[in-house]
Design a protein. Structure first.
Length: 287
């Protein structure tokens, strides 16, 4: 087990073993990170890749950003969502491509969590709701990396979760000594994403470990649990913990407020389900 464990850690920790980012996306991430680059230059580069620009426009018009039918061009998306959100969406586009057809439940969970995060942010008047929704979209990127790199071994770990009645995070730490949230944080930082996305991704199960972006982390933590409770999507995580006390305190939550958010979310998830089908159909027109 020690040898297997060491092999797992070596594979996961080696940044060179992270999923390869296509050249166009590397250029876009670099341009977005350069304050001297104009919106026009970034828009032109994104628009040069038809598949990427189509995905970003679909995501920008999705239910969780609240601008349905209003974003017709990449330049408009950048103005309405901001460059940090666009940077996250560029990477989200790549992640969708990495997710195989058997993992679409995980993609739907991400969509649902982004929607819930946006609703919570608006109810609580949290600043930068769009960035928080993007972090929510990416919160389980560590799961995608584990599945990509460990294959059937990770599937076996998921089976163990169901049999042992423990959380996925606990199972991961038992076998790997790291969990998908921590791995997601490594990846996000290695890819040069802003800390407003990295910290909530890394700490969404351990709100007490967050620092500068405690509010955003707490929002994503609560959103994740509400979506898992709703049964929307499928993470393979059969154990649903209660909302962390730290999140209750940070967001000043109350039972009536959670009920109000949940009611709004239930109606919104109908739109998200339709959006999920739409984006899958667009990606696989002959399936």
């Amino acid at each position: 087990m020690d040898n297997k464990h060491n092999t797992f850690l070596k594979v996961i920790k080696d940044v060179r073993c992270l999923p390869t980012i296509p050249g166009t996306i590397v250029k876009i991430l670099s341009l977005v990170g350069d304050n001297k680059t104009s919106f026009k230059e970034i828009s032109k580069l994104i628009s040069s890749d038809q598949t990427l620009s189509a995905r970003i426009l679909r995501l920008a018009n999705s239910p969780f950003y609240g601008f349905p039918g209003q974003v017709a061009t990449i330049s408009t998306a950048m103005v309405m969502l901001g460059t940090k959100t666009i940077k996250g969406l560029v990477l989200t586009s790549m992640i969708f491509e990495m997710i195989d057809k058997n993992s679409l439940g995980l993609w739907e969970h991400a969509l649902g969590t982004a929607t819930a995060a946006n609703i919570i942010s608006k109810h609580l008047k949290v600043a930068k709701a769009e960035e928080t929704a993007t972090a929510a979209l990416l919160h389980d990127i560590g799961r995608v990396i584990l599945k990509t790199k460990l294959g059937d071994q990770y599937e076996n770990l998921l089976s163990g979760v169901k049999n042992k009645e423990i959380s996925l995070k606990e199972a991961e730490r038992e076998v790997l000594e790291v969990d998908h949230a921590e791995i997601g944080g490594w990846a996000a930082r290695a890819w040069g994403l802003p800390e407003t996305l990295c910290e909530p991704i890394a700490c969404h199960h351990d709100v007490e470990k967050s620092g500068t972006y405690r509010t955003e982390t707490a929002v994503i933590h609560v959103a994740d649990i509400l979506i898992r409770t709703s049964g929307f999507g499928n993470t393979g995580n059969y154990f649903i913990p209660p909302i962390h006390p730290e999140a209750w305190n940070i967001l000043d939550l109350s039972a009536p407020l959670i009920e109000e958010i949940t009611e709004t979310l239930e109606h919104k998830l109908v739109e998200v389900a339709a959006f999920s089908q739409e984006i899958q159909s667009a990606e696989n027109p002959h399936s």
